[in-house]
Design a protein around this ligand. Structure first.
Ligand SMILES: CC(C)(COP(=O)(O)OP(=O)(O)OC[C@H]1O[C@@H](n2cnc3c(N)ncnc32)[C@H](O)[C@@H]1OP(=O)(O)O)[C@@H](O)C(=O)NCCC(=O)NCCS
Length: 184
């Protein structure tokens, strides 16, 4: 019998396995990805990062970075989401994205942003951001910048350059401690 699938918040102990999953899924090009650039030199985890595990093995993960846009906080950058090749098209990506959106909304975020394919992310409520409204620190195809409003009309309040929130790592550590306390 295969072990049950568990989806749970990512903890610092998962970072090595998440990094290996990213290496398998994205290869060496992963470091040039927009989310990596935004996080550069900042913490690895936010309280909205999730992993999907079969037993001890991480088979999928979603990383989410708390960000400000034009200096205004309350936004989250989604990405990357990665599902191991052997477990694709089973709805894991969909579940992780739905759960991350719900966690971000419950956590008080107003807007989720990503760089990705509208045909995939459109089903979750992501829409193209008007050209030039949201700017990434590195080169990004502006047509692939998508946003999902977690609060009505949130997008109109955000304009400018994206930066990782400096206090996000501390919030993630507090959230991980409360997960451990609930489990013990
Ligand atoms: C994209 C990804 C996360 C989806 O995970 P998944 O668990 O296979 O997703 P789901 O099972 O929820 O959905 C699968 C469906 O989405 C479709 N899909 C996947 N990527 C797509 C894309 N870029 N554009 C359009 N549709 C896409 C699949 O064709 C599949 O369709 P089907 O249900 O008709 O077979 C996974 O394919 C993956 O890890 N890909 C490599 C990494 C990547 O590209 N990540 C996204 C960028 S950060």
């Amino acid at each position: 019998m295969s072990p049950p699938l568990v989806i749970r918040p990512a903890t610092p102990a998962d970072i090595v396995e998440i990094s290996k999953l990213h290496a398998r899924v994205f290869g060496p090009g992963r470091f040039a990805r927009s989310a990596y650039r935004v996080r550069e030199g900042k913490g690895h985890l936010s309280r909205f990062c999730l992993v999907a595990c079969l037993g001890e093995t991480i088979i999928a993960s979603i990383r989410n970075t708390e960000i400000s846009i034009g200096g205004k906080s309350g936004a989250v950058l989604l990405g990357p989401v990665a599902v191991d090749g052997a477990h694709r098209s089973l709805g894991l990506g969909k579940t992780l994205i739905h759960d991350a959106l719900a966690a971000a909304k419950t956590g008080g975020a107003k807007l989720m942003v990503l760089v990705g394919d509208q045909p995939y992310y459109g089903r979750f409520g992501f829409k193209p951001v008007p050209m030039g409204q949201i700017v990434f620190p590195g080169p990004v195809n502006p047509q692939r910048i998508l946003a999902c409003e977690l609060v009505a009309d949130a997008l109109s309040n955000y304009r400018g350059i994206i930066a990782a929130e400096p206090q996000a790592e501390a919030r993630a550590q507090i959230a991980a401690k409360s997960v451990r306390a609930t489990q013990s």
